[in-house]
Design a protein around this ligand. Structure first.
Ligand code: ATP
Ligand code: HMH
Length: 271
């Protein structure tokens, strides 16, 4: 009997299905793992933005986590939207007791600019959550929020990574997807542990259907770690998966459509 590796996402629900818990579970399935979820918040969300958000009580987050970890067990964890200082602290405490790889996506705002994390939670992210990370995966806006560093070109990404590593994660993956267009044809990310440095480059796709890219990358990374990859191997595989999903992104609703989590299966379909 084949038992797939088990991966847990601790994140918010995106009713539109493109980001958050929904993106995470689809990614985990596509990469051959069993996805499980601890829901932190529920958003009313679509291609146009976030219309509402409701946070769950810390007790509900703790109970979901214990249910999954104590019986089923996990081989890697990924976190996304954590909403408030209280939930950041709760999740950090739960993760500190685990001995498996943890991917922290320090989600701050959605692609539409809607806040998914209270400003009062930033300190807890820096001091409690990031130290639990095997890999932290901030985008450039999150780098600015957390470190005050504004990345304007690739060379600044090194300084950003060093500042993120100062908070205590083992590795930092700085996502350059938000670097101004015209900075070249590629979407560049930097992975480093302060000693090794890996630059990941992929063709830039400007089809605007990029909803959920960050969630997808972090979940793919967690899935690969659960399968036994090293961090550099897992990151390369995750970048490859998100790039393919982005290239196959499709229109839904009147705004920003989702990436295609099933792109490796759906290749024959015309979009
Ligand atoms: N237009 C693009 N073309 C190709 N790759 C991209 C593009 N935009 C982002 N990426 C890649 O997608 C991954 C996710 O990066 P991004 O910076 O978009 O995350 P994010 O902002 O956290 O996403 P989200 O909106 O889901 O929060 C990175 O590997 C990045 O380089
Ligand atoms: C619930 C949720 N988590 C993460 C993101 C990332 O942008 C989003 N848009 N929604």
């Amino acid at each position: 009997m084949h038992i797939p590796p088990r991966v847990l996402t601790v994140a918010g629900s995106d009713s539109g299905g493109g980001a958050g818990i929904q993106a995470d579970l689809k990614t985990m399935l596509a990469l051959g793992t069993h996805g499980m979820s601890v829901v932190t918040a529920v958003t009313a969300q679509n291609s146009l933005g976030v219309q509402g958000a409701w946070e769950l009580p810390a007790e509900a987050v703790r109970a979901q986590f214990r249910s999954v970890v104590d019986d089923i067990g996990v081989q890697a964890v990924k976190t996304g939207m954590l909403s408030s200082a209280e939930l950041v602290e709760t999740v950090a405490e739960l993760l500190a007791g685990l001995r498996v790889p943890v991917v922290i996506d320090p989600v701050g705002v959605s692609k539409h600019g809607d806040a998914l994390l209270a400003a009062t939670a930033l300190d807890a992210v820096r001091t409690a959550l990031l130290p639990t990370a095997t890999v932290a995966t901030p985008n450039l806006d999150e780098v600015a929020q957390l470190t005050g560093i504004r990345v304007e070109e690739e060379a600044d990404m090194r300084r950003a990574a060093a500042a993120i590593l100062d908070f205590g994660p083992r590795w930092a993956l700085i996502k350059g997807g938000h670097l101004p267009a015209g900075r070249g044809e590629s979407a560049v990310d930097l992975l480093t542990d302060g000693t090794e440095e890996h630059w990941l480059r992929a063709p830039r796709h400007d089809n605007r259907h990029t909803h959920g890219t960050g969630c997808t990358l972090a979940s793919a990374l967690a899935a690969q770690l659960a399968k036994g990859d090293t961090v550099p191997q897992a990151t390369a595989a995750a970048k490859d998966y998100v790039t393919g999903a982005l290239a196959a992104g499709f229109r839904l609703g009147a705004g920003i459509g989702p990436v295609d989590h099933g792109w490796r299966w759906n290749r024959h379909d015309a979009h």
